[in-house]
Design a protein around this ligand. Structure first.
Ligand code: GDP
Length: 440
């Protein structure tokens, strides 16, 4: 997310050489303008941002530091709109959220992603199928709910979404749900009938949040339709989807400023973990090349049990990391979503993220091989890789069971052994020194 923009930002910033003069500032502003316009940020927003940066830089005395400070402050302001940030729970549960949007925007998928996000944070979530317009929407939501193991509410053959919503909320109160996510009807375009229905549903649900889900690939149309929804029914946040397909990213920069409603989340892929919270300060940091350690830490904390993590690092330090631990780690990595996204949150790694092709943990050939191999091991072997390392008949049996050649099994075992040794070294003090040497 934002790799293109953050790369062109950092190269613009690198080019700037200040010698306390206005010419340098003008050049810096021109570089910035180029990269913002290239990313499709709305030209009016670009103009306003640059004017503010210029004013603030001059007021503080022209120089690199004052320029960067002014950019950071004003970029954050542009990204901010009055309203909430991230997901905010109502003071009295359940927190009721209406998910709105046009057909094909990714509304149903995003309902699932958000449910998954909240579930990982320990919340009891109910998803409600009140999109009775699109034929397959109810079934789609049911399947997504099943996949992420979240409760689903739908009423077969019911035609009135208001009835569905009323029944769902009654159940949610009785069963003490923390959050209720209501998937509402979409249409191909905004029309009177849709708005009327949404108004009725909104009145019945009395929601804490109305999220508008918009497809970022539609560019300024996403902004216009969000503004229209806001005028007609009132929204409290926007979720932009399909950001993985849109490497330019300009819409996310200007949206909040253009419509006066905050951007709350960004969808970055088709899978359930592909949802990123949008917090202006953090996005500014990412754009300016400082990474986003807070989001990374939060994501990690949501999927990794702290006790478990401690247990693993102890094992690594003792050189006892085994195949069972490996599988466990793989499963928690999967819950965090795209590796490429994770890497781009580390300071200075924006370029790296661009360079790597995303490693798909589920479909990677290598990982499939390793999994097949582990599945062919006895429980004892999984716990103690040494048993296999020195035993050819075990290797043969495992290779056969996994449909691999013995060579492949040897290679994987060797890699695993090296990785475990490497990790053990890093777990000790000497590791830090090695790390520093590596970075030189
Ligand atoms: P709805 O009609 O608004 O409910 O749309 P759906 O939820 O059915 O999504 C439409 C299509 O967009 C589906 O194929 C989704 O997998 C896809 N989609 C949704 N969000 C994203 C995203 O963030 N990235 C990508 N690449 N695809 C997405």
């Amino acid at each position: 997310m934002f790799e293109t923009l953050s790369n062109s930002f950092s190269s613009a910033l690198k080019k700037i050489r200040f010698k306390d003069d206005e010419k340098a500032l003008k050049k810096a502003l021109a570089e910035l303008k180029k990269s913002l316009l290239k990313a499709d940020v709305h030209h009016k927003v670009v103009k306003e941002l640059l004017q503010r940066v210029e004013l603030d830089t001059k007021a503080a005395g022209i120089g690199r530091d004052s320029f960067l400070k002014a950019l950071q402050k004003n970029l954050t302001q542009i990204l901010t709109a009055p309203g909430k940030q991230g997901f905010v729970y109502a003071s009295k549960p359940p927190t009721v959220v209406l998910m709105t949007g046009l057909q094909g925007s990714g509304k149903t998928t995003t309902t699932g992603k958000l449910a998954n996000y909240l579930k990982l944070r320990g919340k009891k979530v109910l998803v409600v199928a009140a999109d009775l317009q699109r034929l397959a929407a109810v079934e789609q939501l049911r399947q997504i709910a099943q996949q992420i193991d979240v409760d689903f509410f739908g009423e077969e053959d019911e035609k009135d979404p208001v009835k569905v919503v009323n029944d769902a909320l009654k159940l949610a109160r009785e069963k003490l749900y923390d959050v209720v996510l209501i998937d509402t009807a979409g249409r191909l375009a905004i029309d009177e009938a849709l708005m009327e229905e949404l108004k009725r549903v909104k009145e019945a649900a009395n929601p804490d949040e109305v999220f508008y889900v918009a497809d970022s690939l539609t560019g300024q149309d996403a902004v216009r339709s969000a503004a229209k929804f806001n005028e007609d029914i009132g929204i409290t946040g926007v979720i932009l989807t399909k950001y993985d397909g849109d490497s330019k990213g300009g819409v996310a920069i200007s949206l909040a400023h253009q419509i006066g409603v905050p951007l709350r989340f960004i969808g970055t892929g088709e899978k359930m973990p592909d949802l990123e919270v949008f917090i202006p300060e953090r996005i500014t940091n990412r754009l300016m090349g400082a990474g986003d350690i807070e989001s990374l830490a939060e994501k990690t904390a949501a999927v990794i049990d702290e006790k478990q993590a401690k247990k693993i690092s102890k094992k690594i330090a003792k050189g006892k990391f085994n195949f069972e631990d490996f599988l466990e780690q793989l499963e928690s990595m999967k819950k965090m979503g795209s590796l490429k996204n994770l890497i781009s949150m580390i300071p200075g790694m924006g370029n790296m993220a661009k360079a790597i092709k995303d490693l798909d943990l589920e479909n990677s050939k290598e990982i499939k091989k390793i999994k097949a191999m582990i599945n062919s091991m006895t429980p004892k072997e999984r716990k103690d890789p040494d048993l296999i390392l020195k035993n050819n008949s075990r290797k043969r049996r495992i290779a056969q069971g996994a449909g691999l050649s013995q060579q492949e099994v040897n290679k994987i075992l060797k890699q695993f052994n090296n990785a475990a040794k490497f990790a053990k070294k890093f777990a000790g003090k000497k590791g830090m020194q090695d790390m520093q040497n590596l970075m030189k």
